[in-house]
Design a protein around this ligand. Structure first.
Ligand code: PRP
Ligand code: URA
Length: 211
């Protein structure tokens, strides 16, 4: 149904790391490290189609026409808090990227997100955005983030996620027809409390050790 708009990273290394992430006995330090590693692998996949140009260079042996990435630098935008855990991993692949921040928190009862902070780098409307958040549950937070970015004039957005629910994927892709989602897993469903089942629990709490 969403053919071509969702990339599922089914590589064995990704799936192995994800299984460690899901385990309830994985400690905070390891959890944080694996979120970073998965973010790096997703960034590698998500930057596959970056525009390139020819460049004339000299190797120690000869002159040649080589290739380099063209265009403006990317912007990484984490949805706080949990998205912060993915930023360093993405920066491993695109070290010169700019970083914006969107602070959002779901209401524990209604599950509707509340925005509490927003800061984008200059000229973000002329740059490709990698929006990052490890969890896509109801889709409310990601939709609010995409709405903000579109209103700011951003044209190209890729959403880098680790675990998604089918409900969240549908809601987000229905909301924005031009968005592409990269994820490591599409799980079974949402719980009554809007947590992903089987999921990995509360990503923010597990990254920062707050529970
Ligand atoms: C979590 C998660 C996503 C959101 C996903 O954040 O990091 O941002 O929930 O749920 P949704 O798709 O139903 O909106 P949370 O609001 O718990 O904040 P935190 O990252 O600060 O813990
Ligand atoms: N946020 C999380 O961190 N985990 C879920 O399963 C749902 C929302």
């Amino acid at each position: 149904m969403y053919e071509g708009r969702v990339t599922l990273l089914d590589h064995p290394m990704v799936q192995h790391k994800l299984s460690i992430l899901r385990r309830s006995d994985t400690p905070t330090k390891l959890f944080r490290e694996i979120v970073g590693e998965l973010a790096m692998l997703e960034a590698y996949e998500a930057t596959r189609d970056l525009p390139m140009e020819d460049v004339e260079i000299d190797t120690p042996m000869a002159h040649m026409t080589a290739r380099q990435i063209s265009g403006k630098k990317l912007v990484i935008v984490p949805i706080l808090r949990a998205g912060l855990g993915m930023v360093d991993g993405v920066l491993e692949v695109v070290p010169a990227a700019r970083v914006g921040h969107l602070g959002m928190e779901r209401d524990e009862v209604t599950h509707v997100p509340r925005s509490y902070y927003a800061k984008l780098p200059a000229n973000s409307d002329q740059r490709e955005i990698l929006l990052v958040d490890p969890m896509l549950a109801t889709g409310g937070s990601a939709i609010m983030a995409v709405e903000f970015l579109r209103k700011a004039g951003v044209k190209k957005i890729k959403f880098l996620n680790i675990v998604a629910s089918p409900e969240g994927i549908k809601a987000l892709l229905d909301y924005d027809p031009d968005l592409h989602i990269y994820t490591c897993a599409i799980d079974e469903r949402l719980s009554e409390d809007a947590y992903i089942i089987p999921g990995l629990g509360d990503a923010g709490d597990r990254i920062f050790g707050t529970k």
